[in-house]
Every structure is written in structure tokens, then in C-alpha cells.
Design a protein around this ligand. Structure first.
Ligand code: ATP
Length: 433
């Protein structure tokens, strides 16, 4: 087995139009990445699968899309203004800055001595409106959860849900990381997929267990192998003070075993804090007859979209040395593959073949939009291109198609080819989408 390295993944992602360095023509901007045409399809597939599994397929979930900028009061109440910080050290000699928990002893750049450890708040500050006084300060949200808690009362008032129920959000979050690194693993602008699941205080353990299984179910559904995910019970000293239980789901990234997503029991910390700071009661009626209310407790599964994409790329990257040249392919399952099938006319200078292939392509594309046309170069080159972007099947229209309406369907992973009738093609392409 060849080693899957970050260099290989980053290079393929750029070459094939998945992910580009942010602001690249200006020399790049550390911690920011841009998604290209295939990256955005991959990302949308992941987000759509998550939304379908955790919002649309359930009766107890409410989806929201809240503003990135909120009242700074909300970030004070949640503890972020005070405490969303990492320890920072600066080298006295070269002035490079590092996260204190990621370096030991001397500066890795120049060997110099570090100054004192300082706390660095990771929220991006901004000003609202045409003034720059302190009252106009706000922040780009460092997590999507904040917008969920602030809308808790709105959901109660509009939908009157009974416990347990959840509110879900997918959206951008920003963290001014001291040391962005490892491609999409630690970035400054990212996307998160988060659920706040509200339960009766006495039922948190049941809810936690159910979400633990849900996290694994989602990771499996997108094609991350179960044996590359490891649950880490976060110890007493390392958990947030309000959390009685937290699990980090770690993944074997090429640079080591690191957190992919997390599951935390947050008690009633957030609802109590926002109630206190806003003066608005955030509770739910638990007994219609008596009108008894409770402040629910919260289970929070939190996924980073970008980290998930990196884990998927690392899981899917495969090199096949069985032929003369090494064949590289991304072993995406059909559900996440950015392109579900590619359609080729065998030759591009035979109008009859091209017209037939165009007809098949147009029909398929009506049912499955993520279909690609390719008539560029020889068939071998086209296969290699599709392999590298993880297209599960390639469909070739040749002279036999004109006679018997069958096409060649070639499987990405095995390279095996079979003749399939055009009438059975759609079913074949959509079988596991
Ligand atoms: P870490 O310890 O790696 O900084 P965290 O514990 O601070 O992560 P959370 O606050 O729990 O992370 O955020 C939830 C999820 O958001 C993480 O599991 C991860 O998937 C994602 N995430 C957090 N920070 C980043 C980042 N800088 N870049 C990419 N994804 C991130």
C-alpha cells in the first residue's frame, strides 16, 4: 500500500478543481481556502446528506439559518468574549507567534526563547454601522450554536415543540486561529453543521447515547470507514466546566489521530446564561395541565464541514499499482461523489456517435444533474481524469450503441466494463445515489 500523504491530497484537490488556496494570486492567505467547481459539489452533497438525515427525515428537528453577526451581548453571555481564547507565546528573537500548547521549550523557527504565555481571543472583531466606538463592536460568530440558542424562544413560539426536540444549523463560522495548519484541518473561515438537542434534565444520558450513534451513522453514510474513527472520552480536567460528558470523535488523518467532530452534554448552561443576560425566559412547558415549565438540558453534536471533507479525501484517496502506471482514484461513495457518472462519445469526430451520446447525456442529466460530458483526449485519459475526481461510473457510447442501444459502463474501483442497455442506464446510475 502506498502512503496517503497531505502533499498528494492537496495537490490533487488543486489540480482537479476541488480546493484552491485562498487569495492565491496575491500569494495566498493563511487559514483561508476557496472551493472550486468539484469541491462545492462535494461540500453540498455532504451538507445535504446531513440536513436530510438530521432535519428532513425527522419530526423532532427544526432547521434555522441565522445571522453570522449577532449582538455582542450574546457573545458576552455565552462566555466567548471572556473565555474563547487560546494560549499564545511569542518568540523573543524572531517574533513568530505560536499556540503555547503546540510548542515545547524553544522556538521551532529560530531556536529563540519564548516570552510569557498570553491569552488570545480567537473571535474576529468588527464594527457595525458608520461608527467605530466600543458600542458598535461585534464579532463574526466563532460557532453556529450561538444563533440557535438566541432563536430558542422563536422556535417555541412558532412551533410549540414538546421535549425532546432539536434545532439544527449549517453555516460559516470564523476563528482567528493562532496557527492555521494541515490544509482544511485548522482554518480561520470554516463551515459547521450543528444540532442543539433539548431534553428533560433527567434524560440527558439517553439523548447523549442516541446522538453518539447518530454521529457514527452519519460518518458511515458519507463513506468514512468505521475503523478509522476513534471515540475519545474527554477527561474531567479537559472538559468545559458546564459539561458532564464530552466525546471527541477522532480520525486517523495523514498527520495523526485528531478530532474530526464532537459531542458534548452542555447541561442548561447556555439557556440559563442567555436568560440571565437578556431578561427573556428561555424555558419550555412540560405539563400542559399545570403549565409547569423547565429549562431543558442540551446535547450538542458538532461537525466541521471542512474537516469532514479532509477526512473524506484522505479516506477516498487510493493508488492502484497493478497496471503499468500508478492509477490514482478517489473511492467516494455515490452519495458524496461530486459527479455521479461521466458520458463519453468514443470518438468526437463522428457526428452520429456524438449525437447519440448527447441524447443519452441529456436524458440522464434531467434525472441526475451531477453528470459530466467529456470528449477530450483518448478514452484512457478520460478514465484517469474521472478516476481522480471520484466518478463512480463512466459510460461510453460506441458504434455498437448505434446498432443495439447498449453502452459500455466502466466501474471506477475495479476497472471492470460491462454492456448495459440504455433503457437500464438511469437505474444503474441512480442505484445508490
Ligand atoms: P480544536 O480543539 O481542534 O481546536 P475545538 O474542540 O475547538 O477544536 P469545537 O469548538 O468543538 O472544536 O468545534 C466543533 C467542530 O468544528 C470541530 O470538531 C471541528 O470539526 C470544527 N472546527 C473547529 N475549529 C476548526 C478550525 N479552526 N478549522 C476547521 N474546523 C474546525
Amino acid at each position: 500500500m502506498n502512503e496517503v500523504t497531505m502533499e498528494k491530497i492537496v495537490s490533487l484537490a488543486k489540480r482537479r478543481g476541488f480546493i484552491y488556496p485562498g487569495s492565491e494570486i496575491y500569494g495566498g492567505l493563511s487559514g483561508f481556502w476557496d472551493y472550486g467547481p468539484l469541491g462545492v459539489e462535494l461540500k453540498n452533497n455532504i451538507k445535504n446528506l446531513w440536513w436530510r438525515m438530521f432535519v428532513q427525515n425527522r419530526d423532532d428537528m427544526y432547521g434555522v439559518d441565522t445571522a453570522i453577526i449577532m449582538s455582542s451581548e450574546a457573545w458576552k453571555a455565552s462566555g466567548h468574549v471572556e473565555g474563547f481564547q487560546d494560549p499564545l507565546v511569542e518568540c523573543k528573537k524572531c517574533r513568530h507567534r505560536f499556540r503555547a500548547d503546540q510548542v515545547e521549550g524553544k522556538c521551532p523557527e529560530c531556536g529563540g526563547q519564548f516570552g510569557e504565555v498570553k491569552q488570545f481571543n480567537m473571535m474576529f472583531k468588527t464594527h457595525i454601522g458608520a461608527t467605530d466606538d466600543a458600542g458598535a463592536v461585534s464579532y463574526l460568530r466563532p460557532e453556529t450554536a450561538g444563533g440557535i440558542f438566541v432563536n430558542f424562544k422563536n422556535i417555541i413560539d412558532s412551533f410549540h415543540p414538546k421535549l425532546p426536540f432539536g434545532i439544527a444549523q449549517i453555516g460559516k463560522a470564523f476563528r482567528n486561529e493562532i496557527a492555521p495548519r494541515d490544509f482544511l484541518f485548522r482554518v480561520r473561515e470554516m463551515e459547521q453543521m450543528e444540532v442543539e438537542y433539548f431534553v428533560q434534565p433527567g434524560e440527558w444520558e439517553k439523548g447523549f447515547e442516541a446522538w453518539r450513534e447518530n454521529v457514527l451513522k452519519f460518518l458511515t453514510a458519507i463513506g468514512i470507514m468505521r475503523d478509522s474513527v476513534h471515540e475519545l472520552e474527554v477527561g474531567d480536567g479537559d472538559r468545559a466546566h458546564y459539561s458532564k460528558r464530552t466525546i471527541d470523535f477522532e480520525f486517523d488523518f495523514p498527520f495523526g489521530r485528531k478530532e474530526l467532530c464532537g459531542l458534548a452534554y452542555r447541561g442548561d448552561f447556555d439557556l440559563q446564561a442567555h436568560t440571565k443576560a437578556s431578561g427573556v425566559e428561555l424555558s419550555v412547558i412540560v405539563d400542559d395541565a399545570t403549565g409547569e415549565k423547565t429549562v431543558p438540558h442540551v446535547i450538542e453534536p458538532s461537525f466541521g464541514v471542512d474537516r469532514t471533507i479532509l477526512a473524506l479525501l484522505a479516506s477516498a484517496y487510493t493508488e492502484d499499482d497493478s497496471g503499468e502506471e500508478t492509477r490514482v482514484y478517489l473511492k467516494f461513495n455515490s452519495a458524496v461523489a461530486p459527479i455521479k457518472a461521466a458520458v463519453f462519445p468514443l470518438l468526437k469526430n463522428k457526428p452520429e456517435l456524438v449525437a447519440k451520446a448527447r441524447g443519452i447525456y441529456t436524458e440522464l442529466k434531467k434525472a441526475v444533474p451531477q453528470i459530466m460530458w467529456d470528449d477530450n483526449g483518448n478514452i484512457g485519459k478520460r478514465y484517469r481524469r474521472q478516476d481522480e475526481i471520484g466518478t463512480p461510473v463512466c459510460i461510453t457510447i460506441d458504434f455498437q450503441t448505434l446498432e443495439d442501444d447498449t453502452v459500455t459502463v466502466r466501474n471506477r474501483d475495479t476497472g471492470a466494463q460491462e454492456r448495459v442497455s440504455t433503457s437500464a442506464l438511469l437505474q444503474r446510475v441512480t442505484a445508490d445515489v
